[in-house]
Design a protein around this ligand. Structure first.
Ligand code: THU
Length: 160
C-alpha cells in the first residue's frame, strides 16, 4: 500500500489586465462567444475561445434545449467545432468566461468534468499540452498548463 499526493499548478491573476496580450485577446474573444450563447433556461452564459496553432480562433458557447439534458457546454461546442473544421490542427490554448443573468459571477468558472474529459482527448491526440484560462464575469483569472493537471486518474483509450 502506498499513499500518493497529487499536485497541480495554476497561476491565479487578480484580474484580466494581468494576463499577457495574447491571453487577454483570447479572453475577449471568449466574451464575444459568450454574447451569442443560447441559455434561456439556466440564464448562465458561457463563452469559449480556442486558439489553434495556425492562428485561427474558434468560438463556442453553451446551447440549451427545453429538454434540459440535450444542451451542450461552451467548451465542447468549441472543441468539436475545431475538431470538425481543422481535424489535425493543434490547440494552443483555451479561454473560458461565464456570467449569470441572476448574479455577478466573481469566481473563475472552470470546465465541467465532461468537458475536461472531452478536451483531454484532444490534448492526448496532439501530444502537447494546452493551456486553459478561465474566469467569471469579473475578478480573478486562473491559468493551467494542461488538461492532465485538471483531471487526475482520467480514462483514456489505453483502457479499451
Ligand atoms: N456550462 C458550460 O457551458 N460549461 C461548463 O463547463 C459548465 C456549464 C453551461 C451548461 C449550461 O448551459 C449552463 O452552463 C448551466 O449549467
Amino acid at each position: 500500500m502506498k499513499k500518493i499526493n497529487f499536485s497541480a499548478e495554476a497561476i491565479i491573476y487578480d484580474d484580466i489586465s494581468e494576463l499577457n496580450k495574447e491571453d487577454q485577446k483570447l479572453m475577449e474573444e471568449a466574451k464575444i462567444a459568450k454574447s451569442k450563447s443560447y441559455a434561456p433556461y439556466s440564464e448562465f452564459n458561457v463563452g469559449a475561445a480556442l486558439l489553434l496553432e495556425n492562428g485561427v480562433i474558434i468560438h463556442g458557447n453553451n446551447q440549451e434545449s427545453a429538454a434540459y439534458p440535450s444542451g451542450m457546454c461552451a467548451e465542447r461546442v468549441a472543441v468539436w467545432k475545431a475538431g470538425s473544421e481543422y481535424p489535425n490542427m493543434k490547440i494552443k490554448k483555451l479561454a473560458i468566461v461565464a456570467s449569470s443573468k441572476n448574479s455577478t459571477v466573481d469566481k473563475p468558472v472552470g470546465p465541467c468534468g465532461a468537458c475536461r474529459q472531452t478536451l483531454l482527448e484532444y490534448e492526448i491526440n496532439q501530444k502537447a499540452p494546452f493551456e486553459v484560462i478561465f474566469m467569471g464575469e469579473v475578478g480573478k483569472v486562473v491559468k493551467t498548463k494542461s488538461l492532465v493537471s485538471l483531471l487526475p486518474f482520467s480514462f483514456d483509450s489505453s483502457y479499451l
